[in-house]
Design a protein around this ligand. Structure first.
Ligand SMILES: *Cc1c(COP(=O)(O)O)cnc(C)c1O
Length: 388
């Protein structure tokens, strides 16, 4: 019998711990070699630990093992951040003249990597409507498209990409940023996707105390990624890996609680006159409810709402909460709210905002672990301060 993923999250990744139950931090940047031959072997073996920590580190390797097990992958590589992982995948697997297909709604950092960095290296990027499964196929240029990079659920409106259709794409390698879902909600590799990636800074580490990224897939692909990553130097710190492992132990209860509170909050907000729209994969009215039910085991702790009162309402809402705090990031114990139109996306023109899925009154809520009654009453009270 195979364990449930909640159990795996507790049992996995203990290779660096000896008999200690809590993760052991190997802070060492270097390791004593027994012989010249051993040094030569470790310097060239992908993923070797016990050589030099940019190549691999026992505490970081333990975190990687845990993620590989949770994602059903042969191997994983951890990075200093989610963007460290994404840039290693994109720049490590693509060369000048290559082409990438991605979607038009993405985490802002990933979007910048595609729009500002890739062109400098002669890597062409086509961004499609990721919710249209045919659009991915149609944008592929045979022999030129090397990667299809999806994010599901995606920033900021939780658009879903059909994992079954994405995994069936032949030719280019497929990559899924599964940060919003965690392995408890979806396992992209089981659909034939080649690489799954996370900003573990978010729900996987889960306590806002680790900057961490990770990518998982076949050993062969991870060996390629490693070859670039060792030179890129965005390797995860052992301290963050230990915090990541500590966080993983409670992933099951955290995500279950956040989903429960988010479901209740989404329902209450849907009935409020000052809320024009609630976007949450767990609501029956979610635009892709059927796909959500088919590929997600949990709806998660993130929801996006549109306030009827527009920009002024958005600003007033995020400044009027008592428990929820105004901060970027998501997936931690604290409920967080963000108002993209007045903060992260303030420089965009109205048509650009609309294309990005951000309306003047759009607020993103990352539901935390406070008592559900307190979260719901706090956010309902904040609506009192909003113009309608
Ligand atoms: C935060 C985030 C990233 C970037 O991760 P960092 O750890 O901040 O570098 C990438 N993708 C998604 C979906 C994110 O939420």
């Amino acid at each position: 019998m195979t364990d449930h993923l909640e159990t795996t999250a507790i049992r996995a990744g203990r290779s660096a711990d000896g008999r200690a139950l809590a993760p052991v931090m190997h802070a060492s940047t270097t390791f004593a070699l027994e012989s010249v031959d051993e040094g030569r072997r470790l310097a060239s073996a992908p993923g070797s630990t016990n050589f030099y920590s940019r190549y691999g580190n026992p505490s970081v390797a333990a975190f990687e093992e845990a993620i590989a097990e949770l994602e059903g992958a042969e191997a994983a590589r951890a990075f200093a951040s989610g963007m460290g992982a994404m840039s290693a995948v994109v720049l490590g697997l693509c060369s000048t003249g290559d082409h990438i297909v991605t979607q038009n709604r993405l985490y802002a950092g990933t979007q910048m990597l595609f729009s500002a960095v890739c062109p400098r290296f002669g890597i062409e990027v086509t961004a499609v409507d990721g919710t249209d499964p045919d659009a991915w196929e149609a944008a592929i240029r045979p022999g030129k498209t090397v990667l299809c990079v999806a994010e599901t659920p995606a920033n900021p409106r939780l658009d879903l990409v059909d994992l079954r259709r994405l995994g069936a794409i032949a030719g280019p390698m497929t990559v899924v940023d599964s940060t919003f879902a965690t392995p408890l909600a979806q396992r992209p590799l089981s659909y034939g996707v080649d690489l799954v990636l996370h900003s573990a800074t978010k729900a996987l580490a889960g306590h806002n105390d680790a900057s961490l990224g990770v990518v998982a897939g076949s050993k062969e692909l991870l060996d390629w990624v490693w070859g670039f990553a060792v030179l890129q130097g965005a390797n995860a710190s052992p301290f963050d890996a230990v915090n990541g492992l500590r966080g993983l132990r409670t992933l099951g209860v955290r995500v279950a609680r956040q989903t429960e509170t988010a479901t209740r909050l989404a329902t209450e907000l849907s009935n409020h006159p000052k809320v024009a729209e609630v976007v949450y994969p767990g609501l029956p009215g979610f635009a892709q409810a059927e796909l959500a039910a088919a590929q997600m085991d949990l709806a998660g702790g993130l929801l996006t709402i549109d306030l009827s009162g527009g920009l002024e309402a958005g600003r007033a809402f995020v400044e009027s909460t008592r428990i929820a705090q105004l901060a970027p990031s998501l997936g931690g114990p604290e409920t967080l709210v963000t108002h993209p139109a007045s903060t992260t996306h303030v420089s965009l023109f109205p048509d650009e905002l609309e294309a990005a899925g951000i309306r003047p009154g759009t607020v993103r809520i990352s539901v935390g672990l406070e008592h559900p009654d307190d979260v719901v009453s706090d956010l309902l009270s904040a609506l009192d301060a909003c113009p309608s």
